[in-house]
Ligand binder design. Structure first.
Ligand SMILES: Nc1nc2c(c(=O)[nH]1)N[C@H]1C(S)=C(S)[C@@H](COP(=O)(O)OP(=O)(O)OC[C@H]3O[C@@H](n4cnc5c(N)ncnc54)[C@H](O)[C@@H]3O)O[C@H]1N2
Ligand code: MOO
Length: 425
C-alpha cells in the first residue's frame, strides 16, 4: 500500500522520472570549428553525436621517456657506445644504427627495429662537446640498471589509447575540458550539439511590485519584490546548455495568465512558473495550464516546503515543453526549482547522465522533529561531508535561506543524522 496515497507520486524522484518520461531533447545544430581554439564557444555544450578518432592514438610507437632507443643486442656492447642519431618530436625518426644507439626524446617516434627505451639517467653520458670531434652526439655506457630494462619498456604503442575510427567521446556528454582536448586531438572539424534549452521564468501575482516601481520609491507593505525571479535566474545563469531571457510576469487574471502561458509554451522548452498553485481564489495556474492543453502529471507531492508543486508537460508536433508550477513562497520556489527543474533541464539538454547523483552529507546535530513528508532543509556546510541545519521561520523566510549553502532531503519520518542527499545552490 502506498504510504502517501493522497499524492500521485510517493517521492520527488518518482515525480521527476514521470516528467522525464514525457520529455524529449532539444534539436541539433552543427557547429564548424575554425582555426581558433574551440574552447570558449563549445565549453560545456552537450554533444548530440559521438566524436570518433581520425587516427590511432598515439599515431605511431613513441617514447615515454627521454633516453636511448635500442635493440636488445645493444645492451651486450661493452665500453663507450657512440650516439649516432636523434629521434625528436615533430620529425620522422632516423634509422636504427648497427654501430651505435639513437638518442630519443619523450613523444618522439621509435626507430624501426628498436624494442625498448633506456632512461638517460640509467646511462653514463659523455657529451659531444667534450669529445675530440665536437659535432659528435657523444657517447654512452650502460649502467647495471640499464641492463635490467626489459623489452617493450617505455614505449607507448601505436593505437594503445584508441584506434582510428573508435568512439573518443560519446553523444549526450557535456564538452568538459578533457573532452575539448579529445576533440582537438582527433582533428574534429565540426560537431553536432544540442541547442540550449530555452527556459522561461513566469512569475504570477498582483502583489508583486512592477518593474517600474524602482527600489527608490518606498513600497507599500502590501507589495513585495520579485525575489523568485532572481532566485530562478540565479540557478539558470551560466549554464551553456540553458538559454534564459528576462523573466516574465502575469497578473492574477485568467485571460492574461492564459495568454502569458501560451506565449511561454510556444517559445520555450521549459516554463518555470511561481505562485498561484495552491487553494486560493486567485490560484488559477492548474486551470489555465489545462486550458492551454498541458497534461498535469502531478499536483501536490509529499514534500515540505513545496507541497502544492505542480508538474505538467505540453506536447506539440514539434516539441515537448516542461511546465513546473512552483509554489509562490520563496523558499518553496527556490528549492523546488533546484530539486525538480535542474535535472529535467539537463535531460532536455540531451545529457544522458541527467539524473542527479546528489552527494551525501551527515548532519552534525539532529533535531527531534520528524515529518511524514520529504523534508527539504536548508543547511550550511561546516566540513567536507558534514552539514549544519539552518532553521528559518518558514517558506517565506528569504533572509534565512540566504545563509544556506544548499539543502538536504530527508525522507518521511527520518530522524537520524544521515547521510542525506545534498543539493548545493
Ligand atoms: N488553504 C490552503 N492554503 C495554502 C496551502 C494549502 O494547502 N491550503 N498551501 C500553502 C503552501 S504550503 C504554499 S507553498 C502556498 C503556495 O501558494 P501559491 O503557489 O498559490 O502562491 P501564492 O499564494 O501566489 O504566494 C504564496 C506566497 O509567496 C509570495 N510570492 C509569490 N510570488 C512571489 C515572488 N515572485 N517573489 C517573492 N514572493 C512571492 C506571495 O506573496 C505569498 O506570500 O500556499 C499556502 N496556502
Ligand atoms: O510547502 Mo509551502 O511550500 O510550505 O510553503
Amino acid at each position: 500500500m502506498k504510504a502517501t496515497r493522497h499524492f500521485a507520486f510517493d517521492s520527488p524522484e518518482e515525480a521527476i522520472d514521470a516528467l522525464a518520461l514525457r520529455l524529449g531533447t532539444t534539436g541539433v545544430q552543427r557547429v564548424e570549428i575554425g582555426e581558433h581554439s574551440p574552447s570558449q564557444t563549445l565549453h560545456r555544450r552537450v554533444l548530440a553525436a559521438p566524436i570518433h578518432a581520425d587516427r590511432d592514438s598515439p599515431a605511431a610507437d613513441v617514447s615515454a621517456m627521454d633516453g636511448y632507443a635500442i635493440r636488445e643486442s645493444d645492451l651486450l656492447k661493452e665500453g663507450p657506445i657512440a650516439v649516432t642519431g636523434e629521434s625528436v618530436p615533430g620529425s620522422p625518426p632516423p634509422p636504427a644504427s648497427d654501430t651505435g644507439v639513437i638518442r630519443i626524446f619523450t613523444g618522439a617516434i621509435i626507430p624501426d627495429g628498436c624494442d625498448r627505451v633506456i632512461h638517460r639517467e640509467h646511462t653514463d653520458e659523455t657529451t659531444g662537446a667534450s669529445m675530440p670531434d665536437s659535432s659528435s652526439l657523444g657517447q654512452i655506457q650502460w649502467t647495471d640498471k640499464a641492463k635490467s630494462i626489459p623489452s617493450g619498456a617505455n614505449i607507448r604503442r601505436q593505437g594503445e589509447n584508441l584506434s582510428a575510427g573508435s568512439t573518443a567521446v560519446k553523444a549526450g556528454l557535456e564538452l568538459t575540458s578533457p573532452r575539448l582536448a579529445a576533440l582537438t586531438n582527433f582533428g574534429i572539424q565540426q560537431v553536432d550539439l544540442h541547442t540550449p534549452v530555452r527556459v522561461a521564468v513566469l512569475t504570477t501575482g498582483d502583489e508583486l511590485a512592477s518593474a517600474t516601481n524602482s527600489d527608490q520609491s518606498p513600497l507599500p507593505p502590501w507589495k513585495i519584490r520579485n525575489s523568485n525571479a532572481s532566485a530562478l535566474l540565479g540557478l539558470l545563469t551560466n549554464q551553456p546548455w540553458i538559454e534564459c531571457a528576462s523573466p516574465m510576469h502575469a497578473i492574477d487574471e485568467p485571460a492574461a495568465l492564459l495568454t502569458a502561458v501560451q506565449h511561454a509554451i510556444e517559445h520555450h522548452d521549459v516554463v518555470l512558473m511561481t505562485g498561484g498553485v495552491s487553494m486560493g481564489d486567485y490560484d488559477y495556474v492548474p486551470r489555465i495550464l489545462r486550458e492551454a492543453g498541458a497534461e498535469i502529471v502531478f499536483h501536490k507531492l509529499p514534500l515540505r516546503p513545496g507541497k502544492p508543486i505542480l508538474g505538467a508537460v505540453h506536447q506539440s508536433e514539434s516539441k515537448s515543453t516542461l511546465i513546473l508550477g512552483l509554489p509562490g513562497n520563496p523558499v518553496s520556489a527556490t528549492m523546488g526549482a533546484r530539486r525538480f527543474a535542474m535535472p529535467l533541464i539537463r535531460k532536455l539538454a540531451g545529457m544522458t547522465n541527467w539524473e542527479e547523483f546528489a552527494p551525501l552529507v551527515m548532519l552534525g546535530e539532529v533535531s527531534e522533529k520528524t515529518l511524514p513528508l520529504y523534508w527539504l532543509r536548508g543547511v550550511r556546510m561546516t566540513q567536507p561531508g558534514l552539514a549544519a541545519l539552518v532553521i528559518g521561520k518558514g517558506s517565506g523566510d528569504v533572509a534565512t535561506l540566504a545563509g544556506t549553502d544548499g539543502f538536504i532531503e530527508m525522507p518521511p519520518h527520518a530522524d537520524s543524522a544521515g547521510p542525506w542527499p545534498y543539493f548545493a545552490w
